[in-house]
Design a protein around this ligand. Structure first.
Ligand SMILES: [Fe+2]
Length: 201
């Protein structure tokens, strides 16, 4: 059975980004619901037991047709949120360093250009979705709970949730303020570790 991952920080520790009530709802209600509904899909398809969510999503088209939508929505919701919690930290913010900074500069010209491009893509997502930094430096977006690994892409380094449930309680309709504040909590260390793993270092 899939389980809601514990956070390594408190709900009240990201106050410059989002408050404790929003964090609590987002993690303990929204993410938990994806986990519960994913488990319900697995219960109906016991042959899928003991496979990781990454494995299920990466082979979504090979799964029983009746399970594909449920795995895509709820497995995607579980995978995406699990990475999102790792993408932020009370000790986050600042800029990446080393190989990851080089990747970003090579692809986007400068760190500030990268921030501007990522931000404008986050604001351009129509409705619910996600913004991702891929290990080739691309910034991509997905709708709903779609996830890059289900599209045959490599595991992302970093993601930003732009569903309204991620910000509405604190920011109402101001997604731009939410995205601006996100840069103050981005966990570049985690993204760098994922990049090193991608590089095989
Ligand atoms: Fe979310």
């Amino acid at each position: 059975m899939f389980e809601l991952p514990s956070l390594t920080y408190g709900y009240d520790s990201l106050k410059g980004f989002v408050g404790a009530e929003l964090m609590g709802f987002h993690h303990d209600k929204h993410h938990q619901t994806y986990v519960d509904k994913l488990n319900a899909v697995i219960e109906l398809n016991p042959e899928l037991k003991n496979r990781s969510v990454e494995d299920l999503l990466a082979h979504i088209n090979e799964l029983p047709e009746s399970a594909q939508t449920g795995i895509s929505n709820h497995g995607g919701g579980h995978y995406n949120h699990s990475l999102f919690w790792q993408s932020i930290s009370p000790n986050g913010g600042g800029q990446p360093t080393g190989d990851l900074l080089n990747l970003i500069i090579n692809k986007h010209g400068s760190y500030q250009n990268f921030v501007d491009e990522f931000t404008s893509k986050a604001l351009a997502v129509f409705g619910s979705g996600w913004v991702w930094l891929q290990p080739n430096g691309d910034i991509i977006t997905t709708a709903n709970q779609d996830t890059p690994i289900a599209q045959g892409l490599d595991a992302p380094l970093l993601c930003l949730d732009v569903w309204e449930h991620a910000y509405y309680l604190d920011y109402k309709n101001k997604r731009d303020d939410y995205v601006r504040a996100w840069w103050n909590v981005v966990d570049w260390e985690n993204a760098a570790n994922r990049y090193q793993a991608f590089l095989g270092k």
